[in-house]
Design a protein around this ligand. Structure first.
Ligand code: SAM
Length: 283
């Protein structure tokens, strides 16, 4: 008799978190870098966890992928050459590929197994890897960007949390390398954790980018299945303020999106008082 008891996965972060009902485990492998699990959930589509930390559910991944990608892309007048660091699920690549002006996407992901598993089990996200403009490099993002100079219009750092392989992507050396790798009007967007769960990480990333770039800011993203229902993206621009898009969002692209709008772009930088104080104090 098949056991009909519902099964659950949970993520506890800072003492609280999410519990999600699952129907089946599709993948459970230990790569050279992390424990990769992909589940079919009861109501949220597929879910991937790395080392027990929710990376996405199909239910709300668009919110994160769109906000990691489109504010940065709209903060450049003509982004032709883009670098994605991390992003092994392909979601950010899928969003970058929506911009017709892009001519080349370099993508550096440290764990080829994540790419392989997402291609197999979550093709709706991993489809980003199929774009002919995309060159996939399997390796460490810091090593990849270290010797690049004046090469990219936009760099998107879609990393895991600052533990394990992701730790180097939250350090000063990495941001100095990113700054060097960007062109004179370059833009960087980085996964920057939740203001509710990781104030010190948010402030540290903001501080690095404040030191190095003419303009920077932290944009809030609502993602129901992330702990505290939120995360953020730290944006920095060598030439222009980050709070307003530099170009019009054409109707064809706008019709493909479910979260990003020019209004959301600006509104995302309006933070609760406690967080706003962090940033006004550091100016
Ligand atoms: N949305 C997720 C989040 O907010 O935590 C991140 C998604 S994506 C799956 C994170 C990716 O970063 C993983 O595929 C992981 O292998 C990759 N990664 C971690 N450290 C890295 C490094 N040093 N260089 C390149 N990729 C790295």
């Amino acid at each position: 008799m098949q056991d009909s008891t519902p099964k659950f996965v949970q993520e506890i972060d800072q003492g609280f978190g999410n519990i999600i009902e699952i129907k089946a485990c599709l993948c459970d492998v230990q790569s050279d870098y992390q424990h990769i699990q992909i589940f079919e959930t009861a109501n949220l589509g597929k879910l991937m966890m790395l080392d027990g930390i929710i990376q996405f559910t199909e239910y709300d991944e668009y919110a994160y992928q769109e906000m990691m990608t489109h504010p940065a892309m709209m903060l450049h007048k003509n982004p032709e050459k883009v670098l994605i660091i991390g992003g092994g699920d392909g979601g950010v690549a899928r969003e970058v590929a929506r911009h017709q002006c892009v001519k080349q996407i370099d993508h550096c992901e440290i764990d080829g197994k994540v790419v392989e598993m997402c291609k197999k089990f979550v093709p709706g996200m991993a489809c980003g890897f199929d774009d002919p403009r995309l060159n996939l490099h399997i390796g460490d993002g810091l090593e990849f960007v270290r010797n690049k100079v004046d090469e990219y219009d936009v760099i998107i750092v879609d990393s895991t949390d600052p533990i394990g392989p992701g730790a180097v992507l939250f350090g000063r050396e990495f941001y100095q390398s990113v700054h060097r790798a960007l062109k004179a009007d370059g833009v960087v967007a980085s996964q920057s954790e939740s203001i509710f769960l990781y104030p010190e990480i948010v402030q540290r990333l903001y501080g690095f980018t404040r030191e190095l770039f003419a303009y920077n800011g932290y944009a809030f993203i609502a993602v129901p299945t992330y702990p505290a229902g939120s995360i953020g993206v730290c944006l920095a621009n060598k030439k222009y303020p980050v709070e307003k898009p530099l170009r019009e969002l054409d109707d064809a692209l706008a019709s493909q999106l479910r979260y990003y709008t020019p209004e959301i772009h600006s509104a995302a930088f309006k933070l609760p008082a406690f967080a706003q104080r962090w940033f006004t104090q550091s100016k």
